[in-house]
Ligand binder design. Structure first.
Ligand code: HEC
Ligand code: HEC
Length: 256
């Protein structure tokens, strides 16, 4: 069952007011779920994604790599040191001269500080540590920086969102803005917000990252998906996070 440090989360979930799922006209995917799926997300003890959070908590404190340290050796209690970090991601990173997200930050810390191998993108361990860290920002409004050095990358992300692409000649905006709330093959179309990631998707029977969802949507449009961690998806992740600005981090969410 849940490790002791996570237990207070259950009380927190129960105090999560309904209006937290909408900010102005921006709505969390939670509001489009059926009652049963909402109930799964509402209860940290039923929420499938909490297996990943628990595993992430273990990885946080596990010594790994040639340096002989763990994340916790330097950062201590993640509830304090990592609170709010996810709400400001993704962001511009001068070393990459591009956008960095939570997954890539975790892997960079593994390589540099632990002297350990990076996790494969979309691996169970990377999803677990991502879920654990994102969970530390639960309830904090997402607020990403799009000005300054981030601006050209933000523009590229916006340029992915609006044009039609693929054999069906569809754009992100045609489904997630124009068809907001309509049914598509058993799914109620949401606004495609990212404040719940990484999430547990019932139809996948697994956790999934933002980039896996982007690839799934690209496939739904019959468009060639990009690779996870590609510049294309990192820029798109920044644009989509800004589009949902103010929505509180809800990770780890449950979706259909
Ligand atoms: C053919 C319609 C369609 C298109 C086009 C489409 N999506 Fe989606 N998208 C879906 C469906 C269906 C779902 C699952 C139900 C839901 O959450 O809306 C989804 C879910 C999502 C989610 C998860 C939302 C949540 O709350 O969990 C994100 C993020 C997303 N889409 C982003 C995008 C982006 C970015 C694009 C453009 C590259 C895009 N989608 C294009 C149909 C589409
Ligand atoms: C040797 C000490 C050390 C270890 C071990 C370490 N970190 Fe860090 N971490 C730092 C320092 C110092 C910074 C801030 C400056 C920098 O980026 O190096 C940082 C920054 C971060 C940030 C960015 C925080 C922010 O406010 O944007 C994240 C996320 C992070 N670390 C996660 C991890 C994870 C996950 C691990 C384990 C895989 C880890 N760290 C291991 C020292 C460490």
């Amino acid at each position: 069952m849940l490790a002791a440090p996570l237990a207070p989360a259950a009380t927190f979930a129960q105090g999560w007011a309904a209006e937290r799922y909408q900010v102005e006209d921006r709505k969390s995917g939670y509001l489009y779920l059926g009652d049963q799926t909402q109930a799964l997300q509402d209860d940290d003890f039923l929420n499938h994604a909490f297996f990943a959070v628990e595993r992430g908590a273990e990885l946080w404190s596990a010594v790994d790599g040639a340096a002989g340290v763990s994340c916790a050796s330097c950062h201590g209690d993640a509830a304090e040191s990592m609170r709010g970090v996810t709400a400001r991601l993704p962001r511009y990173d001068s070393e990459r001269d591009g956008i960095i997200n939570l997954e890539l930050l975790i892997n960079r810390e593994r390589e540099r500080k632990l002297k350990a191998e990076p996790y494969a993108y979309e691996s169970e361990d990377l999803l677990a540590l991502t879920a654990f860290l994102a969970f530390q920002s639960r309830g904090i409004p997402s607020e990403v920086e799009i000005g300054g050095a981030a601006a050209p990358f933000f523009e590229k992300g916006r340029e992915h969102y609006f044009p039609r692409r693929g054999q069906l000649d569809l754009s992100c905006t045609q489904c997630h803005d124009e068809r907001d709330g309509m049914m598509l093959r058993g799914d109620r179309m949401s606004q495609g917000q990212t404040n719940g990631f990484p999430f547990y998707r019932l139809s996948w029977h697994s956790m999934g990252s933002t980039h896996r969802m982007f690839a799934w949507c690209n496939n739904a449009m019959r468009a060639e998906p990009y690779a996870p961690a590609s510049e294309e998806y990192l820029n798109l992740e920044l644009y989509v996070a800004w589009r949902g600005r103010g929505l509180p981090i809800e990770a780890p969410a449950v979706r259909r």
